[in-house]
Design a protein around this ligand. Structure first.
Ligand SMILES: [Zn+2]
Ligand SMILES: [Zn+2]
Length: 422
């Protein structure tokens, strides 16, 4: 009797989930879970609850449920279930900016004796996201390439859409906005082609935020605003806290760039508060950095320093080297402006060291990749070089047709000679 009711509740929850009524779906599934006796049913309910909690931005609750799902999977001793549970645990950790833990659990997932194809593909996507979280871009590119290849082989449109969006975001972080936008637009085409009522349509609003980034960074504020305003409306309608916070951050950045600091500040504050609530610590660093830049524009250097130090502290805790680097760069400028050369120099040396660690030096010209907007090329090994240097590399190998062109950075590091993407 109880089992039949549980089954009905599971179905009802799924219907609500598809209608993006995430909180109601969580309640329905939680009620079903209490009545369940079979491990396999409990496993499914817990997995569904985790997904809906992530949609709501309740990452800590999702992580707790994910831990319970691992326990259930261990009881069944079914390797397929174990690998799925590890992946979910990795995803929740990635959302909470626990990037190293996310990587470990993706590895546990992939190393399980039996892993479903689908789980494997999504583990590569999650790995890519976690590596971007640590600013390990070559490794991230390697994982994303695997996810994209699997998506195309299996004709998994959703995986392709999510991976393209994240690859686009990565290129935007590396200030190659054209490539960033191209990947995001590819994802946009996929999501636009989905039939109305497809549950994946909800990713359109997250994608809008990713598309807005290259527009915003290249001064095309109206386009960025349009995408985010639509996304914000939908995010408010469906209680999507993560997208709300991201939109607020974009609005704040645009207002700041337009020198409307009065409107920028409260939006940074709101974004920061939502991100603290959800546990998106990387987002918190970005919001604090925006506040610090606002304080600098207001010539409040003491407040700017304090905010940058706070942002740097979180960036160090989560291990995001790119944000650490940006904080050090801003602190260096601030200390130099106040005449503290010793501290300015200290921040500069850490900055150089971080650049080395991120492997963001172009193997051809030895200059920094991602310092100013320009086209980049990703090599098969994961290293990035400037688009302009890629031409030079191609010319310098003329007459060696058919031979693989070595990546200069790898050649220096080892005897391996991975080929360029051609
Ligand atoms: Zn170069
Ligand atoms: Zn290389």
């Amino acid at each position: 009797m109880g089992q039949a009711l549980a089954k009905r509740e599971m179905d009802k929850g799924m219907k609500q989930y598809h209608e993006q009524r995430f909180a109601e779906a969580v309640d329905e599934w939680s009620s079903a879970l209490k009545k369940m006796t079979k491990a396999r049913n409990k496993f499914e309910a817990l997995g569904n609850i985790c997904l809906a909690l992530c949609d709501l931005g309740k990452y800590r609750d999702a992580l707790t449920h994910s831990g319970l799902q691992i326990e259930v999977a261990n009881d069944t001793d079914d390797p397929v279930l174990k690998s799925e549970a590890f992946l979910m645990y990795a995803i929740c950790n990635e959302k909470l900016s626990e990037f190293t833990k996310a990587i470990s659990y993706c590895r546990y997932c992939l190393q399980t004796e039996k892993v479903a194809d689908r789980t494997q593909s999504y583990a590569h996507l999650c790995l890519g996201n976690a590596y971007v979280g640590l600013s390990e871009f070559p490794k991230a590119w390697g994982s994303y390439t695997k996810a994209l290849t699997l998506a195309r082989t299996k004709n998994d449109k959703f995986l392709e859409l999510m991976t393209s969006a994240r690859v686009g975001h990565m290129f935007s972080l590396l200030t190659d906005y054209d490539t960033g936008l191209a990947y995001c637009c590819k994802a946009w085409d996929v999501v636009s082609g989905l039939p109305e009522g497809d549950p994946h349509v909800r990713y359109r609003r997250l994608l809008a935020v990713y598309i807005a980034t290259p527009y915003r960074r290249t001064g095309r504020y109206n386009e960025a605003m349009d995408y985010c305003e639509d996304a914000m409306k939908l995010a408010m309608l469906y209680g999507d806290r993560p997208v709300q916070a991201r939109c607020l951050l974009t609005f704040a950045d645009i207002h700041r760039k337009r020198n409307d600091l009065e409107r920028a500040s409260p939006r940074y504050e709101s974004a920061y508060s939502i991100m603290s609530e959800t546990g998106d610590r990387l987002g918190q660093v970005e919001a604090l950095s925006g506040m610090a830049k606002t304080a600098t524009s207001q010539r409040d250097l003491a407040k700017a320093t304090e905010l940058n130090v706070k942002a740097l502290d979180i960036a160090q805790k989560i291990g995001n080297k790119l944000e650490m680097l940006r904080c050090h760069a801003r602190l260096r400028t601030l200390y130099a402006a106040t005449g503290d050369e010793t501290l300015a120099h200290r921040h500069f040396s850490v900055l150089r060291q971080l650049l080395d660690e991120m492997e963001l030096l172009c193997g051809v010209c030895d200059e920094v990749v991602g310092e100013r907007p320009e086209k980049l090329d990703a090599l098969r090994c994961g290293h990035f070089i400037h688009g302009r240097c890629s031409d030079y590399l191609a010319r310098s190998t003329l007459g060696r047709a058919g031979k693989t062109r070595p990546c200069p950075a790898c050649r220096r590091k080892s005897s391996e000679n991975p080929a360029l993407y051609t």
